[in-house]
Design a protein around this ligand. Structure first.
Ligand SMILES: Cc1cc2nc3c(=O)[nH]c(=O)nc-3n(C[C@H](O)[C@H](O)[C@H](O)COP(=O)(O)OP(=O)(O)OC[C@H]3O[C@@H](n4cnc5c(N)ncnc54)[C@H](O)[C@@H]3O)c2cc1C
Length: 378
């Protein structure tokens, strides 16, 4: 009945399904949640404000093929994304740049330090914090140490659940300082959000006569692997299966659970029209949450009142309702992932795609590109 089955209706699954359908295949998408769009899912809250339910998502890419593909399904609310950090009560642009430098050291000293940075590295360059921290010049070291202490270390501790002594700048402080006056968070040519939301964009994408979708259906309800063969609804299945869910759960975590960080989003609504004047404020020296997102500044929605979310990172336990957000990249976890991958590696028509199935962080544009590439080869 179906030529291909796609597990998961996130960015990876929807893109793969659309491309397969455009190649003339009859595709079934199986999605365990009540909705499509995966982590990119957005919806109006009870106050009519469009929120990103699984955290703020900004599409950004320099990839024309991906931009053109997605633009078939949406218009864009385009903007250059900027983020500020709240440091001891003051808002400062991040990543740290020459505006931030002057905010910290004042106009006069800031100009002097700017000259030094430009002389050493050149205007428009990016320098890792670590390089500044290890520089022979005491003032450059001072800048590096300031950024590490006030922008980087506490945020990273919260994000990854580490103690200060577990954070080794030699390993982690590769984040750059931007020697420029550009407050932009991303450098990509195309930046923004779908004008009517991500969910609508993915809805349009899978609106194709060749695509059927089953929501609220867990992969294991319809799909099984026995002796390296795929079974769909109890029958051998010879078509392609593109799997975008977590592999460990599909195999009942038989080698152990793949570690992730998860996030708890606490949403609050206010009658006032503006809460923080910025879409995203990172809390880099205080608070237990990492950042506050004010959605109307992201989406461009004009409305009364405002909704924000505070983002609390914590360890993923697999508890019902928890979402695995960030895979934790290290050799031990990669080895565990490989054990699961080997379970399917020699099944020729079973493909792993996406941030969960590949146990890897991907931005949306990379995900879309990888899905297009995979399906183009089928
Ligand atoms: C907090 C956060 C913020 C981010 N912000 C950005 C950003 O600003 N810009 C950007 O480009 N990228 C961002 N990303 C990355 C972006 O979310 C991913 O690139 C994208 O979600 C990957 O899509 P995916 O389809 O691989 O995974 P997902 O979006 O997770 O989709 C997987 C889908 O599979 C379903 N599924 C899982 N298991 C099963 C199963 N067993 N059976 C059936 N269905 C199943 C899930 O319910 C889900 O719908 C962010 C990620 C996080 C965590």
């Amino acid at each position: 009945m179906y030529d291909a089955i796609v597990i998961g209706a996130g960015a990876a699954g929807c893109t793969a399904a659309r491309k397969l359908a455009e190649q003339g295949k009859k595709v079934l998408i199986v999605e365990k949640k009540k909705h499509i769009a995966g982590n990119c899912y957005d919806a109006e809250d009870e106050y009519g404000i469009l929120i990103h339910v699984y955290g703020p998502h900004i599409f950004h890419t320099g990839n024309e093929r991906v931009y053109d593909f997605l633009s078939r399904f949406t218009d864009w609310h385009e903007f250059r994304h900027e983020v500020v950090a709240q440091v001891h009560g003051q808002y400062m642009p991040v990543p740290f740049n020459l505006h931030t430098l002057k905010r910290v050291y004042g106009e006069e000293k800031g100009t002097e330090l700017e000259q030094k940075l430009v002389n050493v590295y050149g205007m428009g360059t990016k320098v890792p914090i670590l390089e500044l921290m290890n520089h022979e010049d005491a003032e450059l070291r001072m800048i590096g140490q300031y950024v590490y202490d006030n922008i980087y270390v506490y945020y990273t501790m919260k994000q990854w659940g580490k103690k200060p002594e577990e954070i080794d700048p030699a390993v982690t402080a590769r984040v750059p300082v931007n020697i420029s006056y550009d407050n932009g968070y991303f450098a990509d040519k195309y930046q923004g959000v779908p004008r009517c939301g991500f969910t609508k964009m993915f809805e349009n994408m899978i609106d194709h006569p060749g695509i059927c979708i089953k929501l609220q259906t867990e992969a294991k309800q319809v799909l099984a692997i026995k002796e390296k063969k795929i079974y769909f609804a109890g029958e051998p299945f010879a078509g392609d299966v593109i799997f975008t869910g977590p592999l460990d759960e599909f195999f009942d975590c038989k080698y152990g659970r793949l570690p992730y960080r998860t996030l708890n989003f606490v949403f609050e609504h206010f009658e006032e029209d503006d809460f923080q004047g910025h879409s995203v404020v990172n809390y880099t020296v205080s608070e237990e949450f990492t950042r506050i997102t004010e959605y109307k500044h992201l989406t461009g929605q004009k409305c009364e009142g405002t909704t924000i979310s505070k983002e609390y990172p914590l360890a993923y336990t697999g508890e019902n309702g928890q979402i695995p957000y960030y895979s934790i990249a290290n050799a031990e976890n990669q080895k565990l992932y490989e054990a699961y991958r080997m379970e399917v590696s020699d099944i020729p028509n079973f493909y792993l795609l996406g941030r969960l199935a590949e146990y890897q962080y991907y931005n949306i544009d990379v995900m879309v590109e990888k899905a297009i590439e995979l399906v183009t080869g089928l």
